[in-house]
Design a protein around this ligand. Structure first.
Ligand code: HEC
Ligand code: HEC
Length: 253
């Protein structure tokens, strides 16, 4: 996974070698360069720790439970994650469909602070969910693991904006109505459940499916809007039919 790390280490070693073996053309630049590389590497490693840490917030969910840190399109692993891969996130001109731009991207770790507050219950709001250092560490991590090629900007549609004060109940109910009208296929639903839900719901991070069964009528609303540590799934991630199928499967547990 750390192909770039190897190349960074190689740079470091060659800088060190050239300094140690009498390559003294520009020792100052060499020293600064290597120290900078090491500092970036440390920062990226801190970012990776945050990314994997289920105790980072209060809900027991880690970034890695919702986002891939690899290219899911090229290397599919059979999972449907609620969030997109964070590859290329350091280079995006906006996050959360335009909610964060410019300096706000840096302060929020390219929009991650919204997740930390919303899904991990960190801080008292988006502004305090990540420290400056944590935001910088996450950005260093994205950059570290991303390929050099340009990665297209994200464009996704949620049925509602989670935590949006202007959120309209009526609009949301209208968006859910088509799911109720669909006939769910429980066999297909089991496959979708395994890809999209099981990693949290059958691994001790979230209530098991027999618990979900008790409140199965709420399932479409919770999947579309999210709730505490439960992420919302945008239309790009799960279709109305997918949700109807999962509902049919959970109802039969
Ligand atoms: C419970 C699931 C969940 C957790 C935990 C979570 N995220 Fe997210 N995150 C999402 C969803 C859903 C979005 C909406 C955009 C998308 O589909 O990626 C999002 C958006 C983002 C974005 C902005 C994407 C864009 O450009 O619009 C970044 C960056 C990000 N998350 C990083 C993180 C990091 C880093 C962490 C951990 C500190 C984290 N997320 C924790 C679900 C989650
Ligand atoms: C990233 C982890 C994660 C994924 C993936 C996930 N959930 Fe959840 N889910 C949670 C957590 C955590 C909770 C508990 C939220 C809370 O504390 O209220 C939850 C709660 C729920 C609830 C509410 C249960 C209740 O007691 O009210 C439903 C329904 C639900 N999830 C359905 C699903 C379905 C269906 C999927 C797949 C499409 C899914 N979840 C995927 C983490 C996840």
């Amino acid at each position: 996974m750390f192909a770039r790390r190897i190349s960074l280490s190689l740079i470091f070693v060659s800088l060190w070698l050239s300094a140690a073996c009498g390559g003294r053309e520009s020792p100052e630049i060499d020293t600064r360069g290597s120290a900078e590389v090491v500092a970036m590497e440390r920062l990226a490693e801190k970012g990776q720790e945050i990314f994997r840490d289920r105790d980072f917030g209060e809900t027991g969910v880690a970034c890695i439970d919702c986002h891939a840190d690899f290219d899911e399109d090229r290397n599919p692993d059979g999972r449907i994650r609620p969030g997109h891969s964070i590859l290329g996130a350091h280079a995006r001109a906006h996050a959360w469909n335009g909610e964060f731009t410019g300096a706000a991207l840096r302060h929020t770790g390219a929009g991650a602070a919204k997740c930390a507050w919303q899904f991990q219950e960190r801080g008292a709001g988006i502004e305090t969910a990540l420290s400056e250092e944590e935001a910088a560490a996450l950005i260093a991590f994205y950059e570290y693991i991303s390929p050099d090629e340009q990665i297209p900007m994200l464009n996704w549609t949620a049925v509602t904006w989670p935590g949006d004060p202007d959120f309209e109940k009526e609009t949301f109910e209208q968006a859910l109505a088509p799911i109720e009208k669909l006939r769910g296929d429980q066999q297909r639903g089991e496959r979708v459940y395994d890809m999209a839900c099981a990693s949290c719901h059958d691994h001790g991070i979230a209530p098991a499916k027999r618990i979900l069964k008790r409140k199965v009528d709420r399932l479409p609303a919770v999947v579309r809007a999210g709730e505490d540590g439960m992420p919302f799934f945008s239309r790009n991630k799960l279709s109305d039919q997918d949700i109807a199928d999962v509902k049919a499967f959970v109802a039969r547990q």
